[in-house]
Design a protein around this ligand. Structure first.
Ligand SMILES: *Cc1c(COP(=O)(O)O)cnc(C)c1O
Length: 413
């Protein structure tokens, strides 16, 4: 008899974006003519830049000849891309890494979900709350999170981030954590972390022999040089942290699929006897067994982001989205809303007026202004009473959505 992995049955059924789609569809059935603008899902809208497109054309042409054909590549990625990463993403920020510490992947979602496979099932995990749902769900699948009650898993430490603490999570006293997920710039709140704050986490991890899984998928949106782009800008992080990067939001690769994970050789985990095991070797072993590499064409596309033209074109698209973010911040503030994020990230995190529940506000905005947002509570219990807007729309959509929100707000409140 084939038995089910019972941990999968513990997953909370509702996938946030499926729930949103259901509610939007219900609205459409009743209002078939309504023109809905979505500032909900975190997908990008602008096309790939010319440097990337040209690199992909060249790579496909190479594949057409016997000499240029590329079959299976190295599981950990081609050296041309790994070297470009070291030279462009880390060296300019004073971070020295080795080529063997970079693992190219098909996007950060898979690796943020898969990495926990290397860790014993009864590690206690800590997450900032609200968070990207993949971190918790992938741990639930392996049975690490305990039971679900009142919106919380029993074996997960939640560190609230809200307006009261200015979205700076506190390290909880008296609650032990073995593995900590941090995401900066943050999805969903759009907030960032200072070097001093990040240093506290690195020091905690070093002192308590904990592991930090650091998701830097949005680092390209940081506008201020003093804000850390990588956790390895903090001394000691190469002993306790793994970092995930993605080209999805950086360069519109959501449909191309390429990113990378940094696993420094100095990070190790222990067994019960105290023997240490470097995660770099374990991850290499895991990838060689379960992953056959990212496509050659995608890796050539990613390499093109680091050319002078590529850099400039990618920055132009990021500036485009950040113009949306600035307009959203300005307009929503002028209407009296409390808004956060949006300065170094493509997300605006908004407090609902009068403590309205996230889902209730979502529906009011949908029915009143025909604009879709994402209910904050879908990202964790501390997201209740907030909603997320993305700056990934076109200028036209964003301006129109803001006009509608303005009209609706003035009529309603
Ligand atoms: C979008 C996103 C990712 C990247 O996903 P890909 O699989 O690389 O497309 C990773 N982490 C967070 C927090 C994200 O929002």
């Amino acid at each position: 008899m084939a038995l089910v992995n019972i941990h999968f049955l513990n997953l909370q059924n509702n996938y946030l974006f499926a729930d949103i789609a259901k509610k939007v569809n219900a609205f459409k059935v009743m209002h078939p003519k309504a023109d809905i603008i979505s500032l909900g899902i975190g997908d990008v809208t602008q096309p790939l830049c010319p440097a990337v497109i040209e690199a992909m054309h060249r790579a496909s042409d190479e594949m057409a000849s016997v000499q240029g054909f590329h079959g299976y590549g190295p599981e950990q990625g081609y050296d041309f891309l790994r070297k470009a990463i070291l030279k462009n993403d880390f060296l300019p920020r004073g971070v020295h890494l080795d080529v063997d510490e970079i693992f190219i992947n098909d996007g950060a979602k898979s690796d943020t979900g898969n990495f926990q496979e290397l860790l014993h099932w009864d590690n206690f995990i800590g997450v900032t709350d609200p968070i990207y749902p993949v971190y918790i769900d992938s741990n639930v699948m392996i049975g690490r999170c305990g039971t679900f009650e009142d919106g919380r898993w029993s074996r997960v430490v939640y560190m609230p981030c809200n307006a009261e603490n200015n979205f700076v999570p506190e390290i909880p006293k008296g609650r032990h954590m073995d593995v900590i997920y941090l995401c900066y710039p943050n999805n969903p709140t759009g907030t960032v972390i200072t070097k001093d704050e990040l240093r506290k986490w690195v020091n905690y991890a070093l002192k308590n022999d904990a592991l930090i899984l650091y998701d830097a998928a949005y680092q390209a949106y940081i506008q201020d040089d003093d804000i850390p782009h990588s956790i390895y800008e903090i001394r000691g992080a190469r002993k306790c942290a793994i970092e995930f990067r993605s080209y999805s939001k950086t360069a519109g690769f959501t449909g191309i699929r390429c990113g990378y994970t940094v696993v420094p050789k100095d990070v190790s985990v222990a067994d019960f006897e105290g023997e240490r095991f470097p995660l770099n070797q374990l991850w290499l072993r895991r990838q060689c067994t379960k992953f056959n590499g990212t496509s050659y064409i995608s890796q050539r596309a990613a390499e093109a982001i680091y050319t002078p033209e590529g850099k400039q074109q990618v920055k132009a698209t990021i500036d485009y989205y950040m113009q949306n973010a600035h307009l959203m911040l300005k307009t929503l503030r002028s209407l009296g809303y409390e808004v956060y994020g949006g300065e170094h990230a493509p997300y605006i995190w908004m407090k609902t007026p009068g403590n309205t529940g996230s889902w209730k506000f979502f529906e009011e905005l949908l029915y009143g202004a025909n604009v879709v947002c994402t209910p904050g509570v879908g990202f964790g219990p501390s997201g209740e009473g907030y909603v997320r807007f993305t700056a990934f729309g076109t200028h036209e959509q964003t301006e129109e959505a803001l006009r509608r929100i303005e009209y609706w707000t003035k009529q309603t409140f």
